[in-house]
Design a protein around this ligand. Structure first.
Ligand code: MN
Length: 231
């Protein structure tokens, strides 16, 4: 059997201090997972169970790769996030067992066309056009959990042109990494190479042509992205 056209290459992300790359299967994202951010988006952080949206695997962009300002938006936002990488298949995973499914952690930036997301939200439509566009998932090198240990606290921050815009602690996650893995796995069987972007703290805001955006997480270093003019 052949293919009627050449199949796309495997989407991959870097692995910290390794020549090997990690194959990406799917990208799940958690919405409104820090109370102050839920409030800034006009939601009640106390009542809502976690909800998920996705991005295509090939939306990934490496650290230090410039990206052009995306089309059809006038409000292009950054979102600093802790990314969890699944390394072992499983479904109906218990919270206690969830950490045995984690391969590692990375720093992420969930790029968002906020105006398109908000229009979709107001109309009760899917978020894909606001969230799942080309080059919308900056993911830094993955640090194996064997080196980092479980990340349950530590500063997460984001700056634009050196000015701090987001500054929180991953201990403030409304739904912890273990809870997210367990809840998601009761809905969808998780596989190696699935990435979970765990949500962003308060302080989201716009990026424009020429901006340099830096995201840091304690224990994972930092990643940097430059925005260039519209392609
Ligand atoms: Mn997000």
């Amino acid at each position: 059997m052949g293919y009627v056209f050449e199949p796309p290459g495997q989407a991959t992300v870097e692995v910290f201090e390794s020549e090997d790359r990690l194959p990406v299967r799917r990208i799940f994202c958690v919405g409104r997972n820090y109370a102050a951010h839920a409030r800034e988006m006009g939601a009640d952080p106390n009542r809502e169970p976690p909800f998920f949206f996705t991005k295509p695997a090939d939306a990934v962009v490496d650290n230090n790769v410039s990206i052009p300002y995306p089309p059809q938006t006038k409000n292009f936002h950054y979102e600093a996030e802790l990314v969890v990488v699944i390394g072992k298949r499983g479904r109906d995973i218990t919270e206690v067992d969830s950490m045995s499914h984690v391969w590692g952690y990375a720093i992420g930036n969930d790029l968002t066309r906020r105006d398109l997301q908000q229009q979709a939200r107001e109309k009760g439509r899917p978020w894909d056009i606001g969230k799942a566009f080309d080059r919308s998932a900056i993911i830094g090198p993955v640090h194996p959990i064997s080196k980092t240990g479980h990340l349950i606290q530590g500063q997460i921050s984001l700056s634009v042109n050196g000015k701090i815009k987001q500054n929180a602690d991953i201990a403030e996650l409304i739904w912890s990494v273990s809870e997210i893995i367990s809840i998601l796995s009761h809905s969808i069987e998780l596989h190696s190479g699935d990435l979970i972007m765990t949500g962003t703290p308060a302080g989201v805001g716009p990026l424009i042509d020429g901006d340099k955006c830096t995201v840091s997480i304690e224990g994972l270093g930092q990643i940097e992205t430059k925005i260039t003019q519209k392609a």
